[in-house]
Design a protein around this ligand. Structure first.
Ligand SMILES: Nc1nc2c(ncn2[C@@H]2O[C@H](COP(=O)(O)OP(=O)(O)OP(=O)(O)O)[C@@H](O)[C@H]2O)c(=O)[nH]1
Ligand SMILES: [Mg+2]
Length: 331
C-alpha cells in the first residue's frame, strides 16, 4: 500500500537527515512521527521512526563516547518556575541582561560591549504576589545564533523582543531576529488567536520592549517602531526609570494570560500570598485540582469574593474565576 506522505514530510525528513545535534534530531523525529499519516501503508515507516526515536533517546541518556557523540549542552532547557516563563531575545548590546539584572534576583553579566552573554540565565521577578521567571539569552544577529535557542524559545510562555532605541539599526536588529526565527518555524505573534495548521510550526506570543527610551530623545525611533509593528504591544522601558520597569512587569503579567486566586479557610481571613495560578478563564474545579486531585473530587461547592460576584457567593465547580478572586472551598 502506498504511504501517501504529505510534501511537508519530505521537507522535514531532509532536515532530519542533515541534523547533527542529537537533541534536535530527536525533536525532528518526534515531529516526523506526529505528522506521518497513520494507516497500513505507513506501518513500517512508523516502526522505523519509533526505533530511531528510542535509539536517539538512549544516546542522549548515555552518550556513546566510542562514537564520539557529544551530549548536547543542556542549555536548550530551563525548568519552569513560578507563574510563567518569559524569554528575552534581542540583538547584541540591546539591554537584555540589564533588564534581567534590574527585575530579578539573577546577576547576569552586563557590559558596554556586545556579545557578553554566552549562555542563558534564569532569574525570578516578583510582580505583586507572584513570581515570574525571566530568561536572559545570548544575542541573535547575523554573527551569532545559538542552536539551543530554538528549544528555549519553543518552551517559553512568552517572548520579549528587546529593541535597542540607542542605535540607528534598531529596526534591522529586531527584523533580523523575527526572520531568523521564522526560518526556524518559530513565528512571533502579537496574539495567539489560532494554532498553527502545520505541526512543525510554533506560534509564540511576543511583546516588543522599546528599550533605552531616553536615548530616543525626539521619540522619532519609537514612532517608527510603532509604525512598523502596529499589531504588537510595544512597552517602553529604561532601566533608570522605575515607573517604566513597574509597567513592564505588569504588561508581562497581563500577556501571560493567567489569573491569581487567593484562598481562605472557613471563618478565617484570606491569605494574600502564593496564589493559585490558573490560565485566564480557569474554574473553581481547576483551582481545587491545583491543591489536590482528591480535593477537587470531594468539593461540594465554593464561596467566592471578587469582581462580578457578590461577596461570598456560593458557586459550583464550573464557575469561572477572575484575577484576584478569593475562594473558600467547602468539602
Ligand atoms: N541608556 C541606557 N543604557 C542601557 C539601558 N539598559 C542597558 N543599557 C546599557 O546597554 C549596554 C548593554 O547592556 P546589556 O544588558 O549587557 O546588553 P545585552 O543585550 O545583554 O548584550 P549582549 O549580552 O551582548 O547581547 C550596557 O552598557 C548597559 O549599561 C537603558 O535602559 N538605558
Ligand atoms: Mg547580555
Amino acid at each position: 500500500m502506498p504511504a501517501n506522505l504529505p510534501p511537508q514530510y519530505y521537507e522535514l525528513e531532509r532536515e532530519f537527515k542533515a541534523e547533527k545535534d542529537p537533541r534536535e534530531k530527536l525533536r525532528l523525529a518526534q515531529e516526523l512521527l506526529a505528522i506521518m499519516p497513520k494507516h497500513k501503508g505507513t506501518d513500517k515507516l512508523q516502526a522505523d521512526m519509533k526505533n530511531k526515536i528510542s535509539k536517539l533517546k538512549k544516546l542522549l541518556e548515555e552518550p556513546d563516547k566510542k562514537h564520539g557523540v557529544r551530549q548536547a549542552a543542556a542549555n536548550d532547557y530551563i525548568p519552569k518556575e513560578g507563574a510563567g516563563q518569559v524569554i528575552l531575545v534581542g540583538p547584541p548590546n540591546s539591554g537584555k541582561s540589564s533588564l534581567v539584572e534590574c527585575l530579578t534576583n539573577a546577576r547576569p553579566l552586563v557590559t558596554d560591549y556586545p556579545y557578553a552573554t554566552r549562555e542563558p540565565l534564569a532569574g525570578m521577578m516578583t510582580f505583586e504576589t507572584v513570581q515570574i521567571q525571566l530568561i536572559d539569552t545570548p544575542p541573535i544577529s547575523s554573527e551569532l545564533y545559538e542552536g539551543y535557542m530554538n528549544n528555549l524559545i519553543r518552551q517559553a510562555d512568552l517572548v520579549v523582543l528587546v529593541c535597542d532605541l540607542s542605535t540607528d539599526t534598531f529596526l534591522e536588529g529586531i527584523r533580523f531576529i523575527i526572520d531568523k526565527l521564522d526560518e526556524k518555524r518559530i513565528i512571533l505573534k502579537p496574539k495567539l488567536t489560532e494554532r498553527p495548521g502545520d505541526p512543525r510550526y510554533y506560534f509564540k506570543k511576543t511583546l516588543i520592549c522599546a528599550h533605552k527610551i531616553y536615548d530616543d530623545e525626539t521619540g522619532e525611533r519609537r514612532r517608527r517602531l510603532k509604525e512598523q509593528f502596529t499589531d504588537f504591544k510595544i512597552i517602553e522601558t529604561s532601566i533608570i526609570d522605575d515607573d517604566t520597569m513597574n509597567n513592564f512587569k505588569r504588561e508581562i503579567f497581563k500577556a501571560l494570560n493567567i489569573i491569581r486566586i487567593y484562598t481562605k479557610q472557613i471563618g478565617k481571613e484570606p491569605v494574600f500570598e502564593n496564589p493559585i495560578i490558573l490560565p485566564t478563564g480557569g474554574t473553581v474545579e481547576e483551582a481545587a485540582e491545583v491543591i489536590h486531585k482528591d480535593f477537587a473530587r470531594k468539593l461540594k461547592f465554593a464561596r467566592v469574593w471578587g469582581k462580578g460576584k457578590f461577596d461570598g457567593q456560593r458557586v459550583q465547580h464550573d464557575c469561572r474565576l477572575n484575577d484576584e478572586d478569593i475562594i473558600e472551598f467547602h468539602i
